[in-house]
Design a protein around this ligand. Structure first.
Ligand code: NDP
Ligand code: HSE
Length: 438
């Protein structure tokens, strides 16, 4: 049995890269006992070798030339932590063609190019591991792919972007300003290099794409995910939700329905008594509904150096353990055998059914509520609560909010369009979906 150290090469030494070097060094004895071989971080590729890194690099050769790693026959595992798509795809494919195993934390790469990468990896007989790509430190890929392999999964609901959850929590608990909290999330290393990926829901859509593929045995269909972020959620929405008994959370939902698979990412009001509503700060949680296990909730840190490194290092250990295993007997990348994927219909957003919170400003005059409720009735929408706030003194416009019962999205769109045309409705009519119990 080979007892020499396995040499790894890191591509990128930012938040996650430095975290990975630190965890590998701090826990090296435990890691070696688990993996069966020592793991040596031999080289790292960066853009600027003079930058301080916050980790001990005395045994690591730094380079700006990626071929020092990709073409080095001594490097057995390449760990891609640069982020982004084009360069990451090119480097990962080159590593695979050079018969190196790959570990990556890059959800954009897997969600958009996973099929190609896995197919090349299968041809080359190497592994591609990506636990850190979804929900940071929560081992949710392994859980779905292996721990729940006996189940038929019907629904995955997750808080899967730490930055969004951190922002929503700070806004609610401390009344902080959105932009100010986003800046802090960037300083803490939670946000993507381009933080619009976080706040516009793209990062969560990447992660949901991966979760849905693994949960339902379907291809990676990033372009089919309906995506809405938190950038339009205001302090007023957060406070209104609270007063109605809800918390606003940014959710990713993948659900098997009679009409097909729903894939959607958007803010939602979650009843306060539901466990997901208590997931605060940078924490993530993924709730899985499956026929055998029932309902299971997985909770943990969703971003940051050490939690993400925890997942990256677990993948490295997995790869090292399986170095000598027959490639035919490895766990398939997307849980199901690649020639056995389903190609389900994706439910158009207009067809999904959920409840809604609706908010707008209206003229403070008689008959406004009657007009609005008549519109909702005409679109077959039941209202479960309605509140019109009257501030002290004479006001020409007052805020109105209502909660609907579950209805079709197309019904709500029709009602909101008519409502916006009312003379008494001022400005934009806003809606946020409400995620009731399932
Ligand atoms: P950072 O921006 O902190 O680090 C990126 C690193 O990549 C830097 O060291 C940078 O070098 C290097 N790099 C970028 N482009 C090049 C290039 N062309 N050539 C050489 N080096 C390059 O990113 P993170 O560590 O935050 O994220 C890395 C990956 O992990 C991303 O895919 C991200 O989505 C994912 N991820 C991040 C999490 C987090 O909490 N931050 C959690 C889970 C996943 P230099 O420093 O010299 O500029
Ligand atoms: N930017 C991501 C987040 C990092 O905030 O969740 C973890 O994937």
């Amino acid at each position: 049995m080979n007892s020499s150290p396995v040499k790894i090469g890191l591509l990128g030494l930012g938040t996650v890269g430095a975290g990975t070097v630190n965890v590998l060094a701090r826990n090296q004895d435990e890691i070696q006992r688990r993996a069966g071989r020592a793991i040596q971080c031999a080289k790292a590729c960066v853009q600027d070798v003079s930058k301080p890194r916050g980790c001990d690099l005395s045994a690591v050769q730094l380079t700006t030339n990626v071929h020092d790693i990709l073409d080095d026959p001594e490097i057995g595992v390449v760990v891609e932590l640069i982020g982004g798509e084009a360069t990451a795809r090119e480097w990962v494919l080159r590593a695979i063609r050079n018969k190196k195993h790959v570990v990556t934390a890059n959800k954009a790469l897997i969600a958009k190019h996973g099929q190609e990468i896995f197919s090349e990896a299968n041809k080359a007989g190497v592994m591609v591991a990506f636990e850190a790509a979804v929900a940071g430190g929560i081992p949710i890929i392994k859980t779905l792919r292996e721990g729940l392999a006996g189940n038929r999964v019907s629904r995955v609901t997750g808080i899967i972007n730490g930055t969004c959850n951190f922002i929503l929590t700070e806004m609610r608990e401390k009344g902080r300003d959105f932009t100010d909290v986003l800046q802090e999330a960037q300083q803490l290393g939670y946000a993507e290099a381009d933080p619009t990926f976080d706040i516009e829901g793209v990062d969560a859509a990447h992660k949901l794409t991966i979760l849905a593929a693994i949960a339902f045995g379907m291809p990676l269909l990033f372009d089919s995910v309906y995506t809405e972020g938190v950038s339009t959620v205001t302090a007023e929405d957060v406070a209104n939700a609270e007063s109605l008994g809800y918390r606003i959370k940014h959710l990713g939902i993948a659900s098997q329905t009679e009409k097909g698979v729903e894939l959607r990412v958007h803010p939602a009001l979650v009843p306060k008594q539901r466990l997901l509503a208590s997931v605060e700060g940078v924490m993530n949680a993924v709730e899985i509904q499956a026929d055998a296990v029932g309902e299971a909730l997985f909770y943990g840190p969703g971003a940051g150096a050490d939690p993400t490194a925890s997942a990256v290092v677990a993948d490295i250990v997995d790869v090292v353990r399986q170095l000598t295993a027959d490639p035919e007997n490895r766990v398939p990348h997307l849980a199901f055998q690649p020639d056995n994927l389903n190609h389900p219909a994706i439910v158009p957003m207009e067809e999904i059914e959920t409840a809604y919170y609706v908010y707008c400003l209206v003229s403070d005059q008689p008959g406004v509520l009657a007009d609005i409720t008549a519109i909702f009735a005409a679109h077959k929408i039941s209202i479960s609560a309605i509140e019109q706030h009257h501030a002290a003194g004479v006001q020409s416009q007052v805020p109105l909010m209502l909660l609907t019962k579950t209805t079709k999205e197309s019904n709500l769109q029709g009602a909101l369009k008519e409502m916006a045309d009312l003379e008494s409705v001022k400005g934009k009519v806003k809606r946020i979906r409400v995620e009731l119990e399932h």
